[in-house]
Design a protein around this ligand. Structure first.
Ligand SMILES: Nc1nc2c(ncn2[C@@H]2O[C@H](COP(=O)(O)OP(=O)(O)OP(=O)(O)O)[C@@H](O)[C@H]2O)c(=O)[nH]1
Length: 456
């Protein structure tokens, strides 16, 4: 490994996007291998269970593929078709990145995840020849289930193949009601995190039966009895948590197994088949709904962007036309103004007869100097194709010729000036043109506006 710096999350984020885009597998379509994700606390027996399940499935003439994602494991008792240790040397990660064991596991997983699309490609090619893919994960459960890379790997697989999560619990660590509750809370958090179909495999049933655990899950009194001698505050806490988890327990599939001696395998595969039905009936529809929602959001964003672009374009066109038509263009108009503010003549909007109307509805033509001004507006398609509002009646007659074709603005202005008994405007369009006429004209207009407002 040659890199000397901790890899940033960019590659992982790109992979996350790839997972997002991954196609949702159609249920009941072509042959797809079933994925078993083994998670559980360190020492709970995941690796031993992978070995046991692979052997059992091989005995059933099923084609099994195993993936080891634990970079820190010294030896594994099964043949791994894909092994993270072939790509990344855990000790090198520790020395090169100056990390402790947990940080190194996390970094090794991140590095491996950046290549996981290649693993997926490989699986895709071999899919028709595989019945089951069993994935062994690091014992530091939070490193996998709560890390970006763990999530990406899980979703990559779950978005492509029917997947079930196998949470392995060491029965010997459940004998105490309080630690049993800790284990259940952990399993609950993983279920909520992954939302995948789920099996709890109470392992090491060769030492003690898992029946007591099932009883505690189904009968709160049994749990209370177990807590009888416990007088600490934890006992009441465990009792109340048991009530909270009651509903969670209802949807759980629990089996007692011994990875070591192979007991409970029939029940395990029965539970596995049921959980894979859940994958088809619950997980897949949820995935499809999420995907549809993402597409809807993207489309909404695209439409909003398009609308903004169109508004910007229209505003730009308005500015251009205004600049062409009004040589004395209002000094009050701001350069970065996107939309007509209704203050076309630079008049105080308080006396602008149109200021009460919604700004978005205006086009500069609505305020054309040649107009007769009216309170009533009607919707109309304008020459640039945008919907807009025009004053009703003949109010725009000053701006339109008899044939309905737009007249030159200067002609309109000249006619208005003549009607008002004022001299002609300087047609040179220079800002300093016939200043006296312009100013007089504006005063008359302002006066008209004031009298209109006071009329109202
Ligand atoms: N008695 C008994 N021991 C078991 C069983 N399964 C696993 N063990 C033992 O439990 C210990 C831990 O087993 P692993 O399979 O390494 O557990 P793991 O969860 O993979 O551990 P990490 O790699 O640390 O995450 C080993 O000594 C196993 O032999 C079982 O069903 N019964």
């Amino acid at each position: 490994m040659s890199e000397q710096s901790i890899p940033d999350q960019t590659a992982v984020q790109q992979l996350a996007a790839a997972v997002e885009a991954a196609s949702v597998p159609a249920s009941g379509s072509a042959h797809k291998p079933k994925v078993l994700m083994m998670v559980g606390m360190a020492g709970s027996g995941k690796t031993t269970l992978v070995q046991r399940l692979a052997a059992e499935l091989a005995a059933q003439k099923k084609r099994v593929y195993t993936i080891n994602l634990d970079p820190a494991v010294a030896q594994i008792p099964y043949f791994a078709n894909i092994d993270i240790r072939d790509t990344i040397t855990f000790k090198d990660v520790m020395t090169q990145f100056k990390l402790g064991p947990n940080g190194a596991i996390m970094t090794a997983l991140n590095l491996f995840t950046t290549k996981f699309d290649q693993v997926m490609e490989y699986l895709e090619k071999s899919a028709s020849e595989i019945d089951y893919i069993i994935v062994d994960t690091p014992g530091q459960i939070e490193v996998f289930t709560w890390s970006a890379s763990g999530t990406i790997i899980t979703e990559f697989l779950a978005h492509s193949y029917p997947t079930s999560l196998i949470y392995t619990v060491d029965l010997m660590r459940c004998l105490n009601a309080t630690t049993f509750m800790s284990n259940m809370l952990m399993s609950c958090s993983i279920l909520y995190k992954t939302q995948l179909p789920y099996i709890i495999a109470f392992n090491k049933a060769d030492i003690t039966s898992h029946e007591f655990a099932i009883e505690w899950m189904t009968d709160p009194d049994a749990l209370s009895d177990a807590l009888e001698r416990d007088t600490t505050y934890m006992a009441s806490y465990v009792r109340s948590m048991a009530l909270v988890l009651e509903e969670f327990y209802e949807h759980l599939r629990c089996v007692g197994v011994s990875a070591l001696v192979g007991s409970g395998m029939d029940e395990f595969f029965e539970a596995l088949d049921e959980s894979l039905v859940d994958y088809d009936t619950k997980y897949l529809p949820m995935l499809e709904e999420l995907k549809a929602e993402r597409l809807r959001n993207e489309e909404a964003k695209r439409q909003a962007l398009l609308a903004k672009y169109q508004r910007d374009m229209a505003a730009e066109r308005r500015k251009q036309r205004q600049a062409e038509r009004n040589p004395w263009d209002s000094p009050h108009a701001s350069d970065d103004e996107d939309e007509d503010d209704g203050d076309t003549f630079g008049m105080d909007s308080a006396i602008d007869p149109f200021a009460e109307h919604e700004e978005d509805s205006y086009d500069e033509d609505d305020f054309d100097i040649g107009g007769q001004y009216s309170d009533q507006f009607e919707s109309s398609d304008e020459e640039d194709g945008e919907g807009g509002f025009l004053p009703t009646g003949a109010t725009m007659s000053g701006a339109m010729g008899a044939t309905g074709t737009p007249r030159r603005h200067e002609d309109t202005l000249a006619a208005d000036l003549a009607r008002l008994g004022l001299g002609p405007l300087n047609s040179s369009r220079s800002p300093g043109g016939d200043a006296a006429s312009t100013s007089a004209y504006l005063q008359v207009l302002e006066g008209m506006s004031r009298s209109k407002v006071s009329d109202e």
